[in-house]
Write a protein of this length. Structure first.
Lengths: 524, 325, 313
């Protein structure tokens, strides 16, 4: 070994040592939690929150009137209680005393009313969850200050109590003085909230950093700092988790679950999520000329097709877990427990299709149809859609699968209900209300009635639910779900399981409703 | 020289106009993107109002000239999704992309020179064969694949280098915070290696082969033969005479290289969670955030045009045979 | 990735190149054979490419199974796994949906090579036409075409491609068109330079004085004389288009997953890597690498062969 080679060797060793040092210095410390999501927030504007990745962060920054708990109960949060007017249209919330926003401003009824009115103000053109979903769903009209701590939300209709309470609890409450003093542009990257964590820094497409608000009493706060990193590529997220640089990741690909489990540094928590996955049957007349459209207008055909798909095998193979087949769009435990899931029985499917007047032709085909599905939106979506296509083809329903990009192609089609005749879709559900889950089909022309389903019985019953007490509501709900089961507008699949990768160094429990809530997470 | 630059700049304006028109038309080909900016349950009326608010109800020529009018004033509009000035958003992310692109560019150029020269001077030996085979393989691996493999092997398996993420240097330096910038350098460098290789390996391989073939060509020229005959040492011949000429083809493509590396950047930024413009634009295109896409396109075209102007001037410096017309 | 090919122009655009094809085809063929035998590697490249083309042409006859037939319970089987009767059903294993990897790779050759070649034909046609017209007519037309070329070059290729595929939707046809159109400049610049060199030559003058029309001269007199360097570029371009297709598949903008392509299979395999299903990546990856490698070796040889300055002994 010459002196020069020795020198080079030494240099390499030093370099390696240096890199190891720097890399290990990166791992999170006791007071810091690092979460990786696949997409960044679009804006830090509470009234623009639309995606799950956004609401996960905002739930820590902003308080809400009530809080939807892990188990599906609605608990007091910024508000302690509420009263409902005689006709059910006005809800008056009483706030806790001594609340403040993160800039120290006192939080009173004025601010609650302001939060509602600001989100509703057409001049702001907000398109987030509050203005786009909550307000139309509750029939929001206006808000009014009824006292220092009393704020009233005015709507145009009576509604199931837990449904409305849950919906109103999705509105983020912020302070008037701050938000009325800044422009919309300024508001979009400097949020001042009312929750257990406050905003520190946002580096776009890199991370959002939030820190604990000292002496916050309404909710616990474990870690001092939380980084919400953005890591778009699933393999990279998993690699960072296993390497110990990230504590929580969502959407672990099913085929990488074993790698995480075997890593010794992290484990996977699988929860049965609340998102309802289904194949929609398109009733809209825009598709009248599409092959297979006529066939699926026949209720018997739609029932027969329920028997053709082996949902259990799809779950165990493509989703990497057992799952319960849905009997309706309602999440357990709020579903109609008297209904049994359609079993996988291709022979029965073929028999029913024969009976319905669609026998196999000489080429073995009963009828042809197109199944559209997205890519990159739901757990293993493209593969699940292709598998469903294969199962349908197997019973003689010759299915052509079309996979489309989610945001640029599929979503716009869904919005315009220009999709089908068969289409694969998931719809976010709840743990706390059957009616919330059923609100997808609240009216024949509801924006979310993507199949254009027109079952009169269903919609008549829906209108009769307003103002019922919970027992009477249960009866109507069960009746409606039976209607749905027997005249299915959906090919019922499963409630999407969610896989969270969780570092062994922390104590945290994943929730069913796709929300990552980490107030109470701690170091083990 | 001065008139040459003036003429080039004038041409650049035409090019810039063409580029903006092209991207404008492409983005509007499939109708306006209003539906992405209303909620799921929006009524017909709301959609019409939103369309008006976003300005998509106007005829296309009006929208385009409005865009041009504001462009002249340096206003590239507001991002539909982020509700922030589009130009600011792009500029904010540009440093990260530039760091990655220039790292890849330097890495692929600087390494290519010795590799190509060694390969050329050892022509026909196993060393040359090995290098060229390696270069060929480097040119046939899809970037995303290389990136993921590097993450799994070097990042996760060996734990030698960070798996993903970006440590800023340029941004703090631009903000005037030099102490942060300097103290970030070592860590930033480590974070640059894997994505830098992913982006630059194709160019490295290509440049090495380019240097080699141009070296071979130069080495057979009369003046090299003369130099050798004069008894100059082999290395002296190579460094003094051949090197300068071998540099020419690499310099020629440096300008185009930038545009090419940019293609790799979109993929590498996704794989390595690198907060740069590539991902920003990719997402913006997916969300039809037209002002944001336009801002990025304008900025990139400007960069590209400037870089090529510089390259042409540099080229004239290196090769006296070339006169700028 | 149209820009990447640009490099070759600097080496090829010597006026000598065009001369060669004119002189004595038989002699050239003999020289080609000698040069091939001497270089050896190009022969291997030609063999590999022939195999790939064979697979592409006769895929349906060769492939043992329907590439889209799924058997979920047989998913992710390793290569050469025997079934209950001890017979190997899936020599190269199965993918995440239980489809036969061997058949998918064979069918993948069809689409990947087709996309590669079709887009090169499109780009080559547009570019060559524009270049010859530009170089032959000169003046205004030349100015306009060259400005268009500048615009195309200043527009980052990847942005244009993503934009078009996002707006118009993905699919084999859109992919071919956008990858094809984005490379026209390369051909246009070379064709233009070559045409300018040829324009004033005697044989062109002769054709002109014999009363031949302009388009006739361009298509029948000039084109055959400038084809050689364009063919070299085309061989490199097929390789880069195959790689581009893979990258676009990764970004979700490639061919739909129901159509097997090498790039698509490789992109899909990334979720299985940590799970240890190496065969999903290795086989399509090898197919891509061998093809691209062969095209590059062949292109290199063609260039050396056609460029007399690099010819040695």
């Amino acid at each position: 070994m010459t002196r020069r080679t020795r020198f080079i060797l030494l240099f390499i060793v030093l370099l390696l040592a240096a890199t190891t040092l720097v890399v290990s210095a990166q791992t999170p410390d006791e007071s810091t939690l690092i979460i990786a999501q696949s997409v960044d927030v679009g804006a830090l504007e509470p009234a623009l929150v639309g995606s799950r990745a956004e609401s996960n962060i905002f739930n820590h920054l902003y308080g809400t009137l009530f809080e939807i708990s892990d188990s599906g109960t609605l608990d007091p949060y910024l508000a302690t209680s509420y009263t409902i007017s005689e006709d059910g249209t006005e809800w008056t919330f009483t706030l806790n005393e001594g609340l403040t926003c993160h800039d120290g401003e006192a939080l009173t009824a004025d601010d609650v009313v302001y939060s509602f009115q600001r989100a509703a103000d057409p001049a702001n053109a907000f398109t987030g969850n509050t203005a786009g979903f909550v307000f139309p769903s509750v029939g929001y009209v206006d808000a009014r200050v009824d006292g220092d701590l009393e704020a009233t939300i005015i709507t145009d209709r009576a509604q199931s109590e837990p449904l409305r309470l849950g919906l109103l609890s999705e509105v983020y409450i912020h302070c008037q003085d701050y938000y009325s003093s800044i422009t919309l542009e300024e508001a979009a990257d400097s949020p001042v909230g009312s929750g257990p964590y406050r905003f520190v820094e946002w580096v776009r497409d890199d991370y959002v950093l939030i820190e604990k608000v000292p002496d916050y009493t309404l909710l616990p706060a474990g870690f001092d700092q939380i980084y919400w990193r953005v890591i778009p590529e699933a393999s990279t997220r998993v690699a960072e988790l296993i390497a110990g640089n990230v504590d929580i990741i969502a959407n672990v690909p099913p085929d990488q679950v074993a790698a995480v489990e075997n890593s010794g540094t992290a484990a996977v928590q699988a929860v049965s999520g609340t998102r309802r996955m289904y194949v929609g049957f398109q009733f809209g007349e825009a598709f009248a000329d599409a092959p297979g459209y006529d066939a699926i207008q026949n209720t018997d055909v739609r029932v027969a097709m329920q028997y053709a798909v082996d949902v259990a095998t799809i779950c165990t193979t493509l989703l990497g877990t057992e799952c319960d087949r849905a009997t309706s769009m309602v999440n357990p435990p709020n579903n109609n427990t008297a209904l049994a899931p359609y079993p996988f029985d291709p022979v029965e499917a073929e028999r029913l299709l024969d009976e319905a007047g669609f026998p196999r032709g000489d080429n073995g085909v009963r009828f042809e149809i197109t199944l559209q599905g997205p890519r990159g939106r739901y757990l293993n979506d493209a593969n699940v859609v292709q598998a469903i296509g294969q199962y349908l083809t197997d019973v003689g329903v010759q299915t052509t699968v079309e996979i489309l990009d989610w945001s640029s192609d599929y979503l716009p089609r869904v919005r315009e209900k220009n999709i089908g005749p068969l289409f694969f879709l998931g719809s976010g559900g709840s743990t706390w209300s059957a009616l919330y889950d059923m609100a997808d089909l609240s009216a024949p022309d509801a924006g979310t009635n993507y199949t254009n389903w027109l079952n009169e019985e269903w919609f008549t019953l829906w209108d009769s639910t307003a103002g019922l007490d919970s027992e009477a509501e249960r009866v109507v709900v069960d009746e409606m779900l039976e209607v749905f089961y027997n005249d299915p507008p959906w090919l019922l699949l499963y409630f999407q399981p969610d896989f969270y990768g969780v570092s062994n160094r922390i104590d945290w429990q994943a929730r069913r409703d796709e929300q990552i809530v980490v107030y109470s997470a701690t170091v083990k | 020289m001065g008139s040459y630059i003036a003429r080039r700049l004038l041409q650049s304006i035409v090019v810039l106009l063409g580029v903006t028109l092209l991207s404008f038309l492409t983005l509007h080909l499939a109708g306006d993107p209003t539906y992405l900016y209303v909620s799921e349950r929006a009524s017909e009326q709301e959609i019409i109002e939103t369309r008006q608010k976003l300005g998509f109800d106007r005829p296309l020529p009006v929208q385009y000239f409005d865009f041009l009018g504001r462009l002249v004033q340096g206003d590239l509009g507001t991002s539909l999704r982020a509700r922030q000035p589009a130009l600011e958003l792009v500029l904010e992310r540009l440093p990260a992309t530039l760091e990655l692109t220039f790292f890849a560019m330097i890495f692929s150029t600087i390494l290519a020179l010795p590799i190509g020269i060694i390969s050329a001077t050892r022509r026909g030996t196993p060393l040359d064969g090995g290098i060229m085979l390696f270069a060929m393989i480097g040119q046939s691996i899809p970037g995303f694949w290389l990136g993921i493999m590097l993450i799994l092997s070097v990042g996760l398996g060996l734990r030698w280098l960070p798996i993903s993420g970006h440590i800023p240097v340029l941004q703090p330096a631009l903000d005037g915070d030099f102490s942060t910038a300097i103290s970030n350098i070592p860590n930033a460098f480590l974070h640059l290696i894997l994505p830098g290789i992913t982006v630059g390996v194709f160019s490295l391989a290509r440049n090495a082969r380019l240097v080699r073939s141009s070296m071979l060509e130069v080495l057979s020229q009369d003046y090299i033969v003369t130099a050798r005959a004069k008894g100059l040492s082999e290395w002296r011949v190579i460094i003094r005479h051949a090197f300068r000429n071998a540099l020419l083809p690499v310099v020629t493509i440096l300008g185009l290289e930038f545009g090419f590396l940019l293609s790799g950047v979109v993929v590498a930024e996704t794989v390595f969670s690198w907060p740069g413009v590539g991902r920003l634009v990719f997402n913006a295109i997916n969300q039809r955030d037209i002002p944001l896409v336009q801002a990025a396109v304008v900025l990139f075209s400007l960069l590209f045009i400037m870089l090529n102007l510089i390259v042409d001037l540099l080229y004239a410096q290196l090769d006296p045979r070339i006169r700028l017309r | 990735m149209a820009q990447k090919i640009e490099q070759n122009t600097t080496v090829i655009t010597t006026p000598q190149v065009a001369k060669i094809t004119r002189n004595n085809a038989a002699l050239e063929l003999r020289r080609a054979r000698r040069s091939l035998l001497k270089a050896r590697w190009p022969i291997l490249a030609i063999i590999i490419l022939s195999v790939m083309f064979f697979l592409a042409l006769f895929g349906p006859q060769i492939a043992p199974k329907d590439p889209n037939r799924q058997t979920l319970i047989l998913r992710l089987q390793a290569p050469m796994t025997p079934n209950a009767e001890g017979v190997v059903d899936f020599p190269l294993g199965t993918d995440a949906l239980g489809r036969d990897v061997l058949s998918r790779v064979i069918y993948g050759a069809r689409i990947s090579l087709f996309v590669g070649m079709a887009s090169v034909v499109i780009g080559g046609f547009i570019g060559t036409t524009a270049g010859i017209v530009s170089g032959y007519l000169g003046g205004r037309v030349d100015d306009i075409i060259m400005r268009l070329a500048d615009i195309q070059l200043a527009f980052p290729f990847i942005l244009l491609t993503i934009m078009v595929l996002v707006v118009l939707g993905t699919g084999v046809l859109n992919l071919i068109v956008v990858l094809g159109v984005s490379q026209w400049v390369t051909y246009a610049r070379i064709a233009r330079a070559q045409t300018i060199a040829q324009r004033e030559r005697e044989y062109v003058e002769a054709a002109r004085s014999a009363g031949a029309r302009d388009w006739h001269i361009m298509a029948l007199t000039i084109l055959p004389n400038i084809l050689a360097p364009l063919i070299v570029i085309a061989s490199f371009n097929v390789a880069s288009v195959i790689l581009a297709e893979a990258s676009l598949s990764f970004l979700g903008l490639g061919v739909p997953p129901t159509v097997p392509t090498w790039g698509g299979i490789l992109a899909e395999s990334r979720d299985q890597l940590l799970g240890g299903s190496w065969w999903l990546a290795v086989f399509p990856g090898m197919a891509i690498m061998l093809t691209v490698l062969s095209l590059n070796i062949l292109g290199d040889w063609l260039r050396d062969f056609l460029d007399p300055r690099l010819r040695r002994g």
